[in-house]
Design a protein around this ligand. Structure first.
Ligand SMILES: [Zn+2]
Length: 461
């Protein structure tokens, strides 16, 4: 016997991570994510899972991004009652992210006249099933299958999973791999002990800005915006990117490299996530920031920062005259408070929009980066006269060289790579490079495909 791996999600797609691994005795699901972007079929999300969820022994979550956890409560709704394993920070972040989406899902379901994907009750039941596991400590995840999580430096609590079957076959699934080194989290840990590896490929075909340029570009963009008395808008993902941005802004202001202007963190979710980051900072942040942390208490708070939780507070931001920095979700400008700020400020040529993360095809964020002169935001067509700058170096994902480096560290044990969690062109490009540079097999799997994995090699079923 060997492992059987089925790609129920995350094949030729960045989102929807969902991999079923069947061992000699047990069955483990790695991630149960939401599909995002406008490319997928909205209604398909509501269809039952393609496998019998009651037969799954355990769910292992690599990290708390919605495209890795978004359908986990639905799994419970359909009758899954196995254990759900993750690191302690992932548990805290997951609860915030999933509670935040309950009301959005209820509204969406009403619109298309179906029952919601899950409700509060399903979510609470899911949380009851959670068992916390630390990094680097192997445990029995399902009958005959042991597992170990290792830091990937992507977001707080993120980990790769390596599974071992009782016959000795090993399979690793990377989840998302961080853009190490980063200021806050320790570097991604290599996985040198897997026969086969499912590797992410979000930036499989692209290079990021180098890291020292990243802060220089931020400083220059802010100084330019302040010189013309303009507003700086930063659509931010609530996890990691927001905290990194607060950290760098705080450093730049302290060093007087940018003027002391008001900064607004205008997102109740991002504020709550920042508190989770503060809670786990001592235990999970890298050694390099511990002295600073001990001295300052928090890496994310500084005198000119306002955290605006309430709607009224958010609406009063516009009354502040002159230059200011507004950080708000959603990260791809697809709704949320940033949509309102963009609708107000993008027609103004003094405004600067800083885009700091992955933008899915056809999202408003991608259209802005591509230079659209008019974009639909907050329910209306908005003329864009603002300066739009894309900052690649802020990504929480490794770029094409970082991914190849990570793959290289899996050798010589790993004989096959399955390149997943990326757009098709990106996945294919990384697969070619892994094959070309490392001389091993690299496969780009398609949706619902099953592969048999043994110590000797892999075979399509
Ligand atoms: Zn992620």
């Amino acid at each position: 016997m060997a492992f059987k791996l089925t790609f129920y999600g995350g094949a030729e797609s960045v989102t929807g991570s969902n991999f079923l691994v069947q061992g000699t005795k047990g069955k483990v699901l790695v991630d149960c994510g939401m599909e995002q972007g406008r490319d997928f079929c909205q209604e398909c999300m509501y269809e039952p899972f393609a496998y019998d969820v009651k037969e799954v022994d355990a769910l292992i979550i690599t990290h708390a991004h919605l495209d890795h956890i978004g359908r986990a409560p639905k799994l419970v709704r359909e009758g899954f009652r196995g254990k759900v394993y993750m690191t302690p920070p992932t548990r805290d972040l997951m609860e915030l992210i999933l509670r935040d989406s309950v009301h959005i899902l209820a509204e969406e379901a009403k619109k298309i006249k179906v029952s919601p994907l899950y409700d509060e009750k399903d979510l609470n039941l899911l949380l009851d099933l959670v068992e916390l596991v630390p990094y680097n400590k192997e445990w029995e995840a399902a009958p005959g299958i042991s597992a170990i999580l290792r830091n990937t430096g992507h977001i707080l609590g993120s980990g790769s999973v390596r599974l071992t079957d009782e016959d000795g076959t090993t399979l690793a699934l990377t989840g998302d791999i961080g853009n190490s080194p980063t200021p806050l989290l320790p570097d991604a840990v290599a996985v040198p002990d897997a026969d086969a590896m499912v590797i992410e490929s979000v930036y499989g075909d692209r290079l990021h800005d180098t890291k020292d340029v990243r802060v220089d570009r931020l400083r220059d963009a802010i100084n330019k915006a302040v010189a013309k008395d303009g507003v700086v808008l930063i659509p931010a993902f609530s996890m990691e990117r927001t905290q990194l941005m607060l950290y760098e802004l705080s450093n730049l202001m302290e060093a007087k490299e940018i003027p002391e202007i008001p900064v607004y963190l205008d997102s109740p979710l991002a504020i709550a996530v920042t508190e989770v980051y503060e809670k786990w900072a001592k235990e999970y942040f890298k050694n390099g920031v511990q002295t600073e942390l001990a001295k300052e208490g928090s890496l994310f708070r500084f005198p000119f920062l306002s955290m605006t939780r309430d709607r009224e507070e958010s609406e009063s931001i516009r009354k502040t005259k002159g230059s200011k920095i507004i950080i708000a979700g959603a990260g791809m400008s697809h709704g949320g408070r940033i949509g309102k700020h963009e609708a107000l400020y993008l027609p103004d040529p003094h405004t600067t929009l800083l885009v700091v993360g992955y933008q899915a095809p056809r999202s408003p964020g991608r259209r802005l980066v591509d230079g659209a002169k008019s974009v639909r935001l907050d329910g209306r067509d908005v003329t864009v006269n603002a300066t739009v700058e894309m900052f690649g170096g802020w990504s929480a994902h490794a770029d094409r060289d970082g991914l190849l480096e990570y793959a290289k560290k899996a050798l010589p044990r790993t004989k096959t790579f399955f390149v997943a969690l990326g757009e098709p062109a990106s996945a294919r490009f990384l697969a070619q490079r892994i094959h070309g540079f490392l001389g091993v097999k690299a496969i780009v799997p398609t949706q619902d495909e099953t592969w048999e994995i043994t110590k000797e090699g892999v075979k399509k079923v």
